[in-house]
Design a protein around this ligand. Structure first.
Ligand code: DGL
Length: 259
């Protein structure tokens, strides 16, 4: 079984890519909606939540943990990863690979405040592409809009436009560096126009997951997805149906970590 987690609905954008490539593996998705948004939290809180989430997935028997939260990867880049039985696939590393493989050198990052503050994106992109200029912009208004399922609202359009307007004019490609943002892709497309590429790290992340599954011979299951939230179960179920198109998802609630 492969384990994934995020603060909320954003990680579903990674889950759906993983599911496309691995239809018969069992997936466990944890949305820590009791603590969303992660991006406005302190490093200390984020470390505690990372420890809890990874530890829980490990205890559930995850053969590998496919990171679906950039903010958690950013905190791990500074403080290190908790110990686990299975391998952890870093999402920011996948983003850096995607940037490198596409050959972009003038790169914009739109991310949460905690991710931008960590500097992890610039470090990881420059490790693979030393000539890259990396401009980072935080967009704290976006995650609450996605969680409230207001992705088509005028507020969402305005907030995405305001974030993109802060990027340098010669930006070639923008990384949607929070997993909630691909759910606002239409707004990013409108704000950036045709001349700027949009990179969703989830594609590379899913490809690396498939390679890991093959290399480690992680056995397929029955193609089941368990959805778990630390927030409200009814609203979570409705969101899963809306985002994943799953009419009758298997949803559970987990008591939130105490901070
Ligand atoms: N979706 C997460 C990320 O990729 C966390 C967003 C948040 O809760 O602020 O960073």
């Amino acid at each position: 079984m492969l384990g994934l987690f995020d603060s909320g609905l954003g990680g579903l954008t990674v889950l759906r890519r993983v599911r496309q490539l691995m239809p018969s593996h069992d997936l466990l998705y944890f949305a820590d909606q009791a603590h969303v948004p992660y991006g406005d939290r302190s490093a200390e809180e984020l470390r505690a939540l990372l420890e809890f989430n990874i530890g829980w997935l490990d205890v559930q028997g995850a053969d590998a943990i496919v990171m679906a939260c950039n903010t958690s990867c950013a905190i791990a880049d500074t403080y290190g990863w908790p110990r686990t039985t299975g391998q952890i696939l870093d999402l920011i590393e996948s983003a850096a690979i995607a940037v490198h493989d596409a050959g972009y050198t003038r790169v914009g990052i739109v991310a949460t405040t905690a991710t931008v503050d960590s500097g992890a994106y610039a470090r990881k992109i420059r490790a693979l592409t030393p000539s890259a200029s990396v401009s980072e912009v935080s967009a704290p208004a976006l995650v609450p809009l996605v969680e409230a399922r207001q992705t088509q609202s005028a507020d969402a359009r305005a907030a995405v436009a305001a974030a993109c307007a802060q990027l340098p004019r010669d930006t070639e490609a923008v990384v949607l560096a929070c997993t909630h943002y691909p759910l606002l892709d239409e707004q990013f497309a409108a704000a950036l126009g045709d001349g700027v590429a949009r990179i969703d790290p989830a594609l590379e992340q899913a490809g690396r997951t498939a390679a890991l599954v093959a290399a480690r011979a992680i056995a397929p299951g029955i193609g089941r997805t368990r959805y778990v939230t630390s927030g409200n179960l009814d609203s979570f179920r409705a969101s899963i149906t809306a985002v994943m198109g799953d009419a009758n998802p298997h949803c559970e609630r987990l008591e939130p970590a105490r901070l």
